[in-house]
Design a protein around this ligand. Structure first.
Ligand SMILES: [Zn+2]
Length: 327
């Protein structure tokens, strides 16, 4: 693997980050300071099955490496964030819950054989956590938890400055901490996981239940009279306009989240908890309710030393964190 050495007189050092998502695959050049120098995207559906995707990804990466040369950028390796369980050590994708056709796919071996560059792979939630830890809201910490709230709830844990994986690389499934053993059925097969309270779809359904039971107010008008789609964003807008149901829903959801986090705070004693994803981004209603609950339920010695903050890197976190796997 002499490629990076041959070009080490190049002006800028970088790594390639790849962010595989259920809808699109983003890839780009990221500087060692965590800046995205160049990016491109293609639709996940443009390749059916793992073999087609491997070949498409490899050819896009060949193009990206060529582009790096024209930009006089040195590439030290390729980091990939992938939406499913990964054998980090062997560079193997066990499967993707939302992309069919992947089963024990040797993603790293395939790409290293084609591209003659070292490849690192990790779970997308861990990659987000790494991005925030290195360049975002978790900087200057050593022990940090990151949560991405979306359709599902992803988690990443940094302990003593390193991503924590567990013995079979399935650690940090924070979204599946059980809050209520008789709670709603979760996508994972269990019941009452934190995801069934905080995940986008579950949250919207819970709000809708209140509306159908006759709760009046802004949300009721927007959804039933104006025909707006009931999304977490709409509930956030209603909360900003002081709608009682919206405020109550965020308070309750934040309390559920805070209860799960209080347990983690007691166990891991982190310095920071970074909350990202659509439902959490700059959502002071959710954040303050979660913080209140942590203060109430975790041991004071641990809850006094933890700060809960919104994620800082936004949509680029996946790309930046993937590249950071190589740093
Ligand atoms: Zn679950």
């Amino acid at each position: 693997m002499d490629w990076p050495v041959r070009y080490n007189n190049f002006v800028k050092k970088s790594a390639i980050g790849v962010d595989i998502g259920g809808t699109s695959v983003k890839l780009g050049l990221v500087s060692l300071e965590g800046r995205v120098l160049y990016r491109e995207t293609f639709l996940t559906a443009s390749a059916q099955g793992s073999q087609a995707m491997l070949h498409l990804l490899a050819s896009r990466l060949v193009g990206l490496i060529r582009r790096a040369k024209t930009m006089r950028v040195n590439v030290r390796g390729i980091g990939i964030g992938a939406p499913g369980p990964i054998d980090v050590k062997r560079g193997l994708v066990y499967f993707f819950p939302n992309i069919p056709g992947w089963k024990n796919t040797p993603l790293r071996a395939f790409l290293e054989g084609r591209l003659k560059l070292p490849v690192w792979i990790d779970n997308d939630a861990s990659v987000m956590a790494l991005a925030e830890f290195r360049f975002g809201a978790g900087r200057k910490t050593k022990n940090m938890i990151a949560l991405t709230l979306g359709t599902g709830v992803g988690g990443g844990i940094i302990l003593d400055g390193k991503l924590f994986h567990g013995v079979s690389y399935s650690a940090a499934e924070i979204g599946h901490i059980v809050l209520n053993e008789n709670g709603p059925r979760c996508g994972c097969g269990s019941r009452g996981c934190i995801e069934t309270y905080v995940g986008n779809g579950y949250f919207a359904r819970a709000v809708k239940k209140h509306l159908k039971a006759g709760r009046k107010g802004l949300l009721n008008r927007w959804v039933f009279k104006d025909g707006k789609e009931l999304t977490p964003l709409l509930v956030w807008q209603a909360a900003k306009a002081n709608d009682p149901l919206a405020l109550e829903m965020w308070r309750k959801t934040g309390a559920h989240l805070g209860t799960a986090l209080a347990g983690l705070v007691n166990i891991l004693n982190p310095e920071r908890i970074v909350l990202g994803g659509g439902i959490a981004q700059n959502n002071k209603f959710l954040l303050s309710a979660a913080v209140r609950t942590i203060k109430k339920k975790a041991f004071p010695i641990a809850s006094h030393s933890v700060k809960v903050v919104p994620a800082a890197l936004g949509v680029d976190a996946g790309l930046i964190g993937a590249a950071a796997l190589t740093f």
